[in-house]
Ligand binder design. Sequence first.
Ligand SMILES: Nc1ncnc2c1ncn2[C@@H]1O[C@H](COP(=O)(O)OP(=O)(O)OP(=O)(O)O)[C@@H](O)[C@H]1O
Length: 212
Amino acid sequence: MFELKHVSMEKNGKKIIENATFKLEYSGLVWLKGASGSGKSTILRIMCALEKPSSGEIFYKGVSIYEFNIPEFRSKCIYVPQMPILGQMNVMDCIRLPFSFKSNANKIFDDKKLNDLLEYFELQDATEKNINQLSGGEKLRIAIIRALLLDPECLLLDEPTSALDAKMEQKTLQLLKSLSEKKLIVSSFHTESIKEFCTQKIEIKDRYAIAS
Ligand SMILES: Nc1ncnc2c1ncn2[C@@H]1O[C@H](COP(=O)(O)OP(=O)(O)OP(=O)(O)O)[C@@H](O)[C@H]1O
């Protein structure tokens, strides 16, 4: 589904990623591994066209991602950052907001799926609240729920379990594993528990991405 060819990234004269070249299938849970500051978020942001690499090419289903209409591309391929900025609105309005975007016009809001996900992530009470009344971990889970409701072809997640307790971490890994049977999920994780769930690993070491 994704192919990165000779992707390099330099910021303010500092080389961050060098010559990243790898292919990802149409489904699976890909563990983007690397030490803090190794360039995991940079790779994810490049893959969803939030950042343009200094050189190299990125293909999605064989087409350069820069040939897509960007909002439409980001509707197929959703990125959830580590600390999502969700604004200062009611939680339900926040969850429904992207369904009003033109690029998501073909997406139907599934109330049953929302209730199931809220229950799974133990957030049933959150819908009455304002975003600014949620903890970091709760905000992250709301952002993940919102992305899952949009049912993208590909999900790019930046440390989705970083703010979660051990029980919720396991539940999240299990859910991602099961969803990855039908869609591609590329995600950075610090927890080693991901080993038993992931189908592929891309490790960033000394600026180089090694696929295994
Ligand atoms: N504007 C910038 N100028 C120079 N270096 C930058 C700039 N932005 C980011 N970097 C550097 O790029 C490197 C990669 O950052 P990135 O956020 O992608 O790493 P990460 O692996 O996601 O880290 P973490 O696990 O801590 O979130 C870091 O060393 C960071 O200091």
